[in-house]
Structures are given as C-alpha cells and as structure tokens.
Design a protein around this ligand. Structure first.
Ligand SMILES: [Zn+2]
Length: 580
C-alpha cells in the first residue's frame, strides 16, 4: 500500500462520497443550489468525524465551475482539484492550535479584505477555533460583523463552549455526530475491497467499535494492520493491536448461555482470563452484546442496534433461540458485576459465579435429572457449609444436585457448625468432630477430616493465586520484562502450607526461575497482591494430579457445580467417596 495515509487518500471528494452527517450535507447542498451560502459556519463535534472534510467540500462547492449547482463540487474542475491538493491560494486552512501567536492568526484574518486571487470566494477554514488567541478572536469578530462579500469563514471545533458567544452568534452552526459502527464498518469494508485487503468477518466491526465514532481513527487502525499483514487482516490481529477483549470469547459465552452449557460457558471465561484480557471490559462487552440481542429479540427491529452486517446476522440467529425473560435476567446479573470485578481479590471468580448462577440458577434447582444413564463417574463429593450463621437453622430440606457430566456428584449442604475450617486461611480450624449421620448421606466419612480441611485451605489459596496469575505476571514486568516472559511457561500448581509450588515447563525454565533475584521478585509481587507471606518452590515435574487425595480434592474443586455449591453455601469439600 502507498505511504499516503488512507484517511487522506479516501477523503471524500464530493458530497455523495461523504459518510454520515446527512443532515449537514442536505442543508449545505440546498444552500449551494439556492445561492444562499452564509459568511460564517461553525462545525462542532468530536474529532475524526469529518468536520474538515466537510469544510473542504464546502470550499470546493462555492468555487466549483461546474454549471449545474446541484452537481457541485464536481471533484475534477480546476478549482476542485487545486483545493483538494491544498494548493489553492484562496482557500486558507489554519490550525488554531498551532497558530496561537497573536500576529500570525490576526494577520491572516485581517488579510481577508483583499479580493480572492483566482476563485469566487476566499474561504478560511480555521480548525480548533477555540484555541485562537484573544487578539485573533477580536480580528475575527470585527470581520464577521461586516464580512466582505467574497469571504466565507468555516470554524471547526471540538469544544464549542470555548468559542466566545459573540462569534457563535454570527455563525450558522452544525453539530457533527459520531459515525455509527454500522457506517464505519461498511466504509472500512469498501476501502478494504478497493485496496485488495481481505478482512476477517467481524474485523471491520471490531475496528469501528474501537474507533468510537471516529472515521479517521478507524482508517488509521486499518492502515496499521494492512502494513503488517500480507493483504489479509484477521480478527486476532485486530484484537491484539487494539488490546481488546476477545470478541470471539464473548460470542462463545453467549452461545453457551443459549445452549445452557455451563462447561462451555466457563471455558469461555477462563479462555479470556488466560489471555490476560481485562475481565471487566469483557463483562461490559458481554452486557452490551446481550442488550443488543434482547432489543432484537423483543422488537425484531434492527434499527435500534448499532451493529454491522456480520454482527446483525449473528444476532438474528441467536435471537431465534433466545428467551426474552432469560435475556433480561442475564443482563441484570452480568451488569451488576462491574463493581465486584473492580474490587474483588479473586480475579475472574465473580464472573464464573455469575455464569453458573445464570445457568444453574438458585441452588435448589435440579440439573440433569432427565438424563438417565449418566452415572459413569467413580466418586461423589459431599460439601458442607464452612461458616454457618448462628441463628439460621440447619438446612434440612437438603437439595441434591446431580450433574450430567462424566462425574456425578451429590452435594449435601448439611449444616454442621464445627465441622470445617472457615475460608479465611488465617483463621484456625476448629477441632473436627465426626460428621452427623443423615438420611441423605448414608455413608460415614472415609478420610481424615483434618487432611481435607488443610487441603481445602491450600487450594483456596491456590485458586486465588491462579486467578491472580495474570496480574502477577503483569506486576513482574516493570521489574523484569525477561522474568515476565519466563513466567509465560510457568504456572502455580500447588500450595503446601505457606509454600507455593510453581511448575516450570522445562528444567531450563526452572533453573532460571530459581535464581535468587527472580524468586525474590515473584515472591514480592505475590505477597503484595495476596497480603500474606509465602515462599516459592519450583518444580519442572508435573505429577499426576488425580492420584492422591489432594489431587482428588483439587479435581473435585474444579468441577463447576461443586464450585457453585461451595460458593452458594460457603462450603468446603469434606469427603470424596467412591461411587457405589
Ligand atoms: Zn468542480
């Protein structure tokens, strides 16, 4: 691609080519046709939405020599081309941000009294008008009070409130709006086609969304992507350039919600966490998407949505499967998460809980009971509340949750106050008496409760470290980028009391990580994030995680339904027994 910036190359040469701002185009066209062009215009609006492009079009239109006024600017007469190329002496473009010196701007403005050299009108385009000096404003005001017939001023600004009222009152004012995602993505697609660039489905929308309504920003991103792709731009490239949360994971999560599939849903969440993406942003994107789906589902009116073609097609597919009531409930659930995600020390855990809550619902709901032959697993897990409240009576009507995944689990939230350790690691575990006998648990505990309590406490810490692992890596970076890179091949696998076990992918990684200065940095970061003191131990040998009891507890804790039960009842696992 040529070095010329795409934004300049694709700057609209005629009113027809201009994207968006239809209300402005219409009014200006009418003024040209009817010969009622004002002497001063004020274009306001955010950056990159076409204010200066429009100003140039207007400068061309008033000077174009095309006989039919309705066809002005024609884009190819002498006036049009010289203005487009920036060599028309009668069109003076000033950037007030860089011409704030009194004389410069004032002098230029005062020279408006001289007649145009070769065109009908002398046109002043003053960008960032609010930055003009007081002297320049005074010169401008004096000119606008009695403008020469041959002069037109087009003032552009992002901050109209900073322009003196005396100036404002003499201008015809137009407000420019942000480009919609649909308009921006359509334009990107069109340019990509002309530039022989292949864009992944969803890529134009992703760029458009990130550009938040600025066509200039959107084209800047497209140009950057084009410069390192070989004629083809993938969605991943867009995401990595823009540091966006994975839109694909948002879609995967919505698919899973619609399919009522907890497992896939949690996988999507963990996929995002693994990528080190911002979980809050991901959740906001999810809510935004669910909202679009709800609007479409409830109204069947795509005009309510600001989405591109590809997205709309996908949303329409989902809308056929979606239930409006469920959508409303999900939006309420997920939109309530923002604050929690900001304050939680548990990484993406609140999002996981909400996903489970959205699908499994309150703890009393039965799952998978319609699925007969699912007892293929080999053990079941019993969980009891960790911190029972003093006044609440034991939950007698113990709900039984049976899940239809390979490992059926029976979770009995039988209250047994002194049985297990509270979740906080610093609180000492009370002496554990034998679990009370209950009709729904016709088995006695098969292992030492204390081992369970200790393992649970360790794994609570481990899960916290796992959820913070990306933050840990991020915080290591400023102290040692090399170490951060090394940590990509390292992960926490166990906690033994106050020692965290890190698994390195090779002996090489292990010995590097074990260097005292490296261990020190990682320990510092972890201890700072967790607010506790831990030591580190490295290993490069992955032991089978399911062989021993700790491994079984660890595995059981990974089960989303067990997690949901543990969270809802604030319970720990106290027993795992072989399936009868
Ligand atoms: Zn022309």
């Amino acid at each position: 691609m040529a070095s010329q910036s795409l934004y300049r190359k694709w700057r609209s040469q005629t009113f027809d080519e201009l994207i968006g701002q239809e209300h402005v185009v219409q009014t200006l066209r009418n003024a040209i046709v009817e010969g009622r062009v004002a002497h001063a215009y004020l274009f306001t609006g955010p950056r990159g939405v076409g204010k200066t492009s429009m100003a140039r079009l207007l400068a061309k239109a008033v000077n174009c020599i095309e006989p039919d006024p309705a066809a002005r600017p024609c884009g190819h007469c002498h006036a049009c081309t010289s203005i487009a190329e920036g060599r028309a002496v009668d069109v003076i473009e000033m950037d007030a941000a860089s011409h704030t010196s009194v004389d410069d701007a004032r002098e230029l403005i005062e020279r408006v009294q001289f007649r145009p050299a070769e065109m009908r009108f002398k046109v002043y385009v003053i960008d960032e008008t609010h930055m003009l000096s007081t002297a320049a404003f005074n010169a401008l005001l004096k000119t606008l009070e009695e403008p020469p017939d041959h002069a037109i001023f087009i003032l552009a600004t992002t901050e109209a409130h900073k322009v003196p009222a005396t100036i404002l009152s003499r201008c015809q004012r137009f407000t420019f709006t942000r480009h919609s995602v649909a308009a921006t993505s359509a334009h990107l697609r069109q340019i990509a086609a002309s530039e022989n660039l292949n864009l992944d489905i969803g890529a134009p929308e992703a760029i458009a969304r990130a550009a938040t309504g600025s066509m200039r920003d959107a084209l800047g991103v497209l140009e950057q992507l084009a410069s390192f792709g070989q004629g083809s731009i993938t969605l991943e490239q867009v995401h990595s350039l823009l540091g966006m949360t994975a839109a694909a994971e948002v879609d995967a999560l919505i698919e899973a919600l619609l399919d009522d599939n907890v497992c896939t849903a949690l996988r999507a969440v963990n996929g995002v966490a693994d990528q080190g993406a911002d979980i809050r942003q991901f959740t906001r994107d999810l809510v935004e998407r669910l909202r679009a789906l709800m609007l479409l589902r409830a109204t069947s009116d795509p005009s309510l949505l600001d989405v591109g073609e590809d997205e709309l097609r996908m949303l329409e597919g989902w809308a056929q499967r979606a239930d409006t009531v469920a959508l409303v409930a999900w939006i309420k659930l997920f939109s309530g998460l923002d604050f929690q995600l900001r304050t939680t020390p548990y990484g993406h855990l609140p999002l996981e809980l909400t996903v489970v809550e959205a699908l499994v619902g309150p703890a009393t709901r039965e799952q998978g009971t319609g699925n007969g032959g699912q007892t293929t697993g080999s053990r079941r897990t019993t969980a009891v509340p960790a911190a029972p409240t003093r006044t609440a009576p034991p939950v007698r009507a113990a709900p039984t949750l049976v899940r239809d995944e390979p490992t059926p689990l029976i979770i009995v939230p039988e209250v047994s106050p002194a049985l297990v350790a509270p979740p906080a690691p610093e609180a000492p575990a009370p002496e554990a008496p034998a679990a009370p006998e209950d009709a729904s648990t016709s088995h006695a505990p098969t292992v030492d409760q204390e081992a369970f309590i200790a393992a649970n406490a360790d794994f609570t810490v481990l899960e916290r470290i796992e959820s913070l692992w990306d933050d840990i890596k991020r915080d290591v970076r400023p102290r040692s980028p090399m170490l951060q890179a090394l940590l990509k091949d390292v992960r926490p696998v166990d906690v033994e009391g106050n020692t965290i076990v890190l698994l390195a992918s090779s002996g090489f990684h292990k010995s590097n990580l074990e260097k005292p200065q490296n261990i020190k940095i990682v320990e510092d970061v972890i201890n700072k994030l967790l607010g506790e003191v831990f030591a580190l131990r490295c290993t490069s040998e992955s032991k089978s995680e399911t062989r021993d009891l700790r491994g079984q507890i660890r595995e059981a804790r990974k089960d989303e339904l067990v997690r949901a039960a543990m969270n809802i009842f604030e319970a720990h696992i106290v027993d795992i027994e072989p399936e009868a």
